[in-house]
Design a protein around this ligand. Structure first.
Ligand SMILES: Nc1ncnc2c1ncn2[C@@H]1O[C@H](COP(=O)(O)OP(=O)(O)OP(=O)(O)O)[C@@H](O)[C@H]1O
Ligand SMILES: [Mg+2]
Length: 282
């Protein structure tokens, strides 16, 4: 097909030979299948901030690392420079996370390049070499559900040991490749150590897995890997080899002061995200 405008710079640079077809148009990005030499790759074109969803803005506003204070101030004020800086930080967050996780041995698409707001990466493929389906579009036996759940819990641990919480892990952002589940879609990934919402996001990620696979293997609904993993992480004893039980004893009657403070934080952040969205729209 004729390359869409946003891919033309990559064609000009020789990073892409031909554009095969459009794969998806999601909330945040358009995804294409492209050819480069004898390789078939996936090109993800980020949409502009104004087209992105409210939900991501919430977690995004928190503690995102920026290079300098001028940039940080501009981002806070929502000037044009600030919005551009924010945009660049958002896009590079996914690229950074992919490199970091690939290096840590997490099964993510192998990143190839990032150029003019386009991420070139491995095309995750099924047994026929076609783009792999999402978990949501796949059917499993209870045994397969248990096996994929166990694999993905190990991946969550591996990510956390590499300092990353995905933040939007669900059956929509996991592909089923020939060799098993592959985690995608990481622009909202956060630094586990530097983000006040890391715990909440990790618990939500693990809860999504539990709920999804629990539909096929109901005994998974009785597990609580999220709290177990976070408690080990906080004590500094979590490693990729740590044996997990899936059980966690919540302290009876303990006042969850941290939880209360997080609720307050969340309300504040939602307000910040609302303002961010108003700026982006106006
Ligand atoms: N590396 C890849 N290999 C194969 N398919 C991919 C790859 N990356 C993305 N896709 C396909 O494109 C879809 C959208 O990608 P992604 O989730 O990264 O973007 P998004 O804008 O967040 O989309 P959505 O809003 O649907 O979540 C995925 O659900 C998947 O079907
Ligand atoms: Mg997605």
């Amino acid at each position: 097909m004729k390359p869409p405008k946003r891919l033309q710079p990559l064609v000009d640079e020789g990073l892409i030979d031909t554009v095969v077809r459009q794969l998806m148009s999601g909330k945040e990005a358009e995804v294409y299948v492209v050819r480069c030499g004898d390789e078939t790759l996936c090109a993800k074109i980020y949409k502009e901030a104004t087209h992105r969803s409210f939900r991501q803005a919430v977690d995004y506003t928190e503690n995102r690392k920026v290079k300098n204070s001028r940039q940080a101030r501009a981002m806070a004020k929502g000037t044009r420079f600030g919005r551009e800086a924010q945009e660049a930080a958002w896009q590079s967050a996914e690229v950074d996370a992919l490199y970091r996780l690939a290096a840590a041995g997490v099964r993510v698409p192998r990143p190839h390049n990032f150029h003019e707001g386009v991420l070139l990466m491995e095309l995750v493929a099924d047994a026929d070499g076609d783009a792999a389906p999402r978990l949501n579009d796949s059917v499993f036996t209870p045994d397969e559900a248990r096996a994929h759940h166990a694999t993905l819990i190990r991946e969550v641990v591996r990510m956390l040991c590499a300092g990353v919480v995905h933040g939007d892990l669900s059956e929509f952002n996991i592909l089923l490749a020939e060799d098993g589940p592959v985690i995608i879609d990481l622009p909202q990934a956060v630094d586990a150590a530097g983000n006040n919402h890391a715990q909440r996001m990790l618990l939500r990620d693990v809860e999504n897995l539990r709920h999804f696979f629990g539909q096929t293997a109901p005994e998974l609904l009785r597990t609580d890997y999220g709290h177990e993993i976070w408690a080990l992480y906080q004590r500094g004893v979590l490693s990729v080899e740590t044996a997990l039980t899936g059980q966690f004893e919540h302290e009876a009657g303990a006042v969850d002061l941290g939880g209360v403070l997080r609720e307050i934080d969340d309300a504040r952040d939602e307000e910040a995200a609302r303002r961010l969205r108003l700026q982006a729209g106006g």
